[in-house]
Structures are given as C-alpha cells and as structure tokens.
Design a binder for this molecule. Structure first.
Ligand SMILES: [Zn+2]
Length: 417
C-alpha cells in the first residue's frame, strides 16, 4: 500500500525545467530535520495550455530524483482530474487528486439519500468531537441538506477511484479528494459528513482539500482573517482525526492546502496547529515556479529581461483573456498595474523586485504578480525561445526557484531558522 508521508509538498513545474532545483529544496529541508515528500503535480488544463503530456511529468520526476540520488518516496499527481479527464493520467501518475466540484449540488437518488441518513442518525442533535471541546449543533434537516449537496459527488469520487484502481490495482496510488474550487467554504460539520460519505464508499482517501474561508489567490498572500482561518483549520483537523477513528478511514488522512503557495500569513498558524496535534499536511504550491522563472530571467538582464518585459506587456494587452479561467483565484486591481511605458524604464532589479514576493518590500506589486502568474500561456506559445533563455540563464533561474521553495515556503511553514 502506497502511503503518503506526514509532510508533503505539491510542486508544479509547468515547463519541466526546474525539477532538480525544487528537489534541492526538499533535500535542504531534510538536512534541517524536516522530511517532506515531493509530489510533482500538473492539471489537465496546464497540460493543454503548455502542450505536454502526463508522461512528461513522470519522466522529469524520475530523472531528477535519480540524478540527485534521492531514494525516498516521491509522487506524480494527476491534479484536479474527474471522470472525463482522468484517462491519460492513469498510467504515469501514482497520486490522483479527484476533483468532485462539478458534481457538488447534484442530488443523489432518494434511496441513496435515505440510506445515508439512516446510517448517521446518531449524529443528529449534536455532534461531539470526542477528545476535544468541539461540539456542533446539528439537525435532521441540516444533515439531509448536506446529503443532498454532497452525496452524489462522493459517489462520483468512488466511480473515478474505481476507474483508476481497475488499471493500477488496489493500494498502488495515493488518493486525494478536492472540493476547493467552489465559492462557499465547507464547514467542519459538512466536512465530517463528507468524510462519512467517502468512508461509506470505501474510498482510501489520504488527503482532502476543503475550501477554507478567505481568498487563496494565485501566487500572493492569503486574503482574509488569519485567526479565523486558524480556528477553522484547527476544527477541520480535529474533525478529520475523529472521522478517521469513527469511520475507519486511512490513519494518515490529512489536509491538503490548494493554491497554497505564498500564503505566508497563515503558515505560522498551520505550522503550529499541526505541531500541536502531531499531524501532517500537504501543501500545493503549483504555479509559483513559473513566476520564479520570469523573475530569474529579469534578474539575468539582457535578453532575459527583454523577454520578461515582453511577457508582462503582452499580458496587459490580453488581460481579459488570460484572467477569465482564473476569476475565482485572482484579485487584480488594474489601477495598480504598471503601464507599458513604466516597465520600459525599469532595470533588472526594479523588474524582479516588483514580481518577487518579499512582504514589506516597497517594490513588490501583488497585482502584477497575479497577472504574470496567469500569463504562462504567453511563454507556452514561444517555447523554443523560452527554453533557450531558461537554459542560458539556468544558474540565476534555478537559484530563484530554490530560494522560493526553501526559504520563503518551507522555512516559514516548518519554522526553520
Ligand atoms: Zn485546487
């Protein structure tokens, strides 16, 4: 049975050039006593935009781990797959993020709902999380509404799981269930019953990605009340712990934080809560590596800076088209974006400092950073040129990638000094 380690990080490498720098950050954490399992993830949308195949991620993960002599577990994650998109991932992935969002809100049959409700009667009135002070009021009506909203999705998760299992065999891959890409966060009570539904289908889920309060915008800090997040996160963690025992779910089931890169305001809370209860975490940081590539090119100057500038200027022109698929996960104040004329006057440092996520830096521009985050398509259409520049400026770029994952993410999350 494949088991995901206690701490794991989802690393996205859109253009397949930074795997070894990302792995270097994992190795550096291990040298500091924090063992993190690397998981290279890429979604169907990213593959389509860039023109890659799931096998490419497998080849990269295998080759960078081999050349670094990394002999610990690592995984390749088919990120946000559903029944329609899973097929081409099955062979090369050994981690599947089953996304049930498109099935949430579709009603299961009356019989299925009735059957589920009869199995959870004892939680009606109040739901006490044994061993904690948590106590939630529940009602028959409320539980029925939860069943009507989520049971069909849980059953679909099972269908997707079975489709993968048929090919790969039982226990040969990690299963995550994600429902983060929705407008409303799930409450701890909803999470409890969702876990009951997944357990009812015998789904060996090892990570679950709920939607939390606040905004998890791409590539920038958490937007919301970090203390509110912390209390929600702690409740979810305790609910999961209880559900594991109550329903016989995998003992290592843990939370997965999507759009987890750059959420510096909540890392200390996540870090201290998982430490307090001795629990694990999966942090998906996908996408942020592309930004580091642009920053590295800008820092390199010359042609690299020209390229970074051109990407930004084109992204300004195509802002609507680029942002459309990401409306729920970006918040760009157009008035704060530097104009084309302004960036023409910028040198390497000014450009890279504007994009680099250094909290408190007066040059850092989170609006520009979000726009460039969703602009990777513009590099995908000139891959030959882009790869040539990445290769010529490899040293600077890989240093940016490494420092971003290790210093800004891992050290903050795990309180490494
Ligand atoms: Zn997600």
């Amino acid at each position: 049975m494949k088991i995901l380690g206690k701490y794991s990080i989802g690393l996205g490498d859109r253009f397949g050039h930074q795997g070894s720098s990302q792995l270097k950050a994992i190795i550096a954490a291990s040298e500091k006593g924090i063992e993190i399992t690397p998981v290279w993830n890429k979604s169907n949308r990213e593959h389509n935009t860039i023109g890659t195949q799931p096998e490419d991620v497998r080849i990269e993960a295998d080759s960078v781990t081999k050349s670094a002599g990394f002999n610990k577990p690592y995984f390749v994650d088919a990120d946000h797959i559903n029944l329609d998109t899973v097929d081409r991932f099955i062979e090369s992935s050994d981690f599947f993020t089953i996304d049930v969002v498109s099935y949430i809100g579709i009603r299961a049959s009356d019989e299925e709902i009735a059957q589920f409700l009869s199995g959870v009667e004892k939680y009606t009135g109040e739901l006490k999380i044994a061993g904690t002070k948590l106590l939630f009021k529940t009602s028959k009506k409320q539980i029925k509404q939860i069943a009507e909203k989520y049971l069909f999705a849980a059953k679909k998760a099972w269908d997707i799981y079975r489709k993968i299992e048929k090919v790969k065999g039982n226990g040969s891959f990690i299963t995550e269930v994600s429902m983060d890409e929705v407008a409303q966060p799930q409450t701890p009570v909803e999470l409890f019953f969702i876990l009951r539904m997944l357990a009812g289908e015998n789904l060996p889920v090892q990570t679950i990605a709920p939607k939390f309060s606040g905004r998890f915008n791409k590539g920038v800090d958490y937007s919301g009340d970090p203390l509110l997040f912390a209390s929600e996160f702690e409740s979810d963690l305790l609910v999961i712990d209880y559900a594991v025992k109550e329903f016989g779910l995998p003992g290592n089931l843990k939370m997965s934080i999507h759009s987890g890169s750059d959420k510096f305001a909540i890392y200390p809370h996540i870090g201290s809560i998982i430490k307090k209860y001795d629990k694990g975490i999966h942090l998906k940081t996908a996408g942020t590596t592309w930004l580091e590539e642009v920053i590295g090119l800008a820092e390199s100057g010359g042609e690299g800076l020209d390229f970074a500038r051109e990407i930004y200027i084109t992204s300004l022109e195509k802002i609507e088209e680029l942002c459309a698929p990401y409306v729920d996960v970006i918040d760009i104040r157009v008035s704060s974006l530097p104009s084309k004329q302004e960036v023409y006057g910028w040198n390497s440092n000014k450009f890279s400092d504007s994009l680099k996520h250094t909290p408190g830096s007066s040059d850092y521009n989170p609006d520009m950073r979000q726009l460039v985050h969703v602009a990777y398509k513009l590099a995908a259409i000139q891959k030959k040129n882009y790869f040539r520049l990445l290769e010529t400026n490899e040293q600077t770029v890989s240093k940016c990638v490494y420092e971003n994952i290790f210093n800004r993410h891992i050290c903050r999350l795990f309180d490494i000094k």
